[in-house]
Design a protein around this ligand. Structure first.
Ligand code: NAP
Length: 281
């Protein structure tokens, strides 16, 4: 039997409903909706993603201020946004302008406005299992699993990928959800042997269709974070969806799986930052 498709849209919609209500409340109480400062990336894909975020935020009653800065002014620009009382959250779109160091940029964002969880303080808090802004894609993946009732407590979860944007924070969030977590990366020996031990397999590597049915234990749940553009303009994940569907019990589609939850979680964290900034939380 083909695996159940774990669509991201219903998960995102549930998050958006709460955010819309919360944003409206903030707007009424303080005369200004939760506001995200979006700092443009250096290519057209980033610009398109920025426009998509702006459209969705605006439709749901949040506000977006888009800006850009050259390499020389980039860090100063971020510090300015961090100090700006009209800005609640800050999101850096990647790729950053050539010559800007991603770590310096993350450090220039105030930790309590870091709604995509890139400041080391937020990653450290996650590691200590304290409240933190988590990277939105990673938290979106966790929300998706919870939404569909996937049991994480005591489950064997394998995360493939250890980036600070997806794999590493996802592993921390899953540990906090009482899963037993193994993290794989490009130096993992016999990847398929490790991934076949997973009740839940999460893949975030950025290699089109690398994970096939031989990597998946029969009945496992598979979450595919990969978004790999093909020459014809379509998107594929890191997992061979059709082939893995025959083996897995459930799998996220690409597109339409983890993607929609990312933007909804960004909005949720922007609303939360607005509440923190106004002393509501
Ligand atoms: P990244 O920074 O390039 O990290 C990739 C990770 O995968 C690294 O840890 C790397 O290992 C590991 N890896 C690479 N090749 C591997 C292989 N053959 N076997 C095992 N591990 C391997 O990428 P990322 O930013 O985490 O993004 C991962 C994917 O998620 C991309 O497709 C990206 O487009 C997508 N993404 C999706 C969303 C969303 O909203 N759905 C958001 C962000 C990213 P090493 O550490 O050893 O190099």
């Amino acid at each position: 039997m083909a695996a159940r498709l774990l669509e991201g849209r219903p998960v995102a919609e549930a998050i958006w409903r709460e955010v819309e209500e919360g944003a409206a409340h903030i707007g009424e109480a303080f005369g200004r909706p939760p506001t995200l400062a979006l700092v443009s990336g250096a290519d057209e894909a980033a610009a398109a993603y920025g426009r998509q975020i702006e459209r969705q935020f605006t439709r749901r009653g949040l506000s977006v201020l888009t800006s850009a800065a050259d390499r020389e002014d980039f860090i100063t620009h971020l510090r300015g946004l961090s100090a700006d009382p009209l800005v609640d959250g800050i999101l850096l779109l990647t790729p950053l302008p050539a010559g800007v160091d991603a770590r310096d940029a993350a450090l220039a964002i105030a930790a309590d406005k870091d709604v995509d969880g890139q400041h080391p303080l937020n990653l450290g808090r996650l590691g200590q299992r304290r409240p933190a802004f988590a990277p939105a894609t990673a938290l979106g993946g966790l929300r998706l699993l919870k939404h569909y009732g996937v049991e994480l407590r005591g489950a064997r979860v394998v995360v493939v990928g250890r980036s600070p944007v997806v794999g590493m924070p996802l592993a921390l969030l899953l540990i906090d959800a009482d899963a037993t977590v193994t993290v794989c990366h490009s130096r993992t020996r016999d990847l398929a042997e490790v991934t076949r031990s997973a009740d839940v397999l999460c893949v975030a590597i950025g290699r089109a269709s690398l994970v096939g049915p031989e990597h998946v234990r029969p009945g496992a749940v598979v979450v595919d974070f990969g978004t790999n553009p093909l020459p014809d303009g379509s998107l594929v994940g890191d997992v061979q969806t059709a082939a893995v569907q025959v083996v897995a019990s459930a799998i996220t589609p690409v597109p339409g799986g983890t993607g929609p939850t990312t933007v909804a979680v960004l909005a949720e964290q922007t609303w939360r930052a607005a509440e923190i900034g106004r002393g509501v939380r």
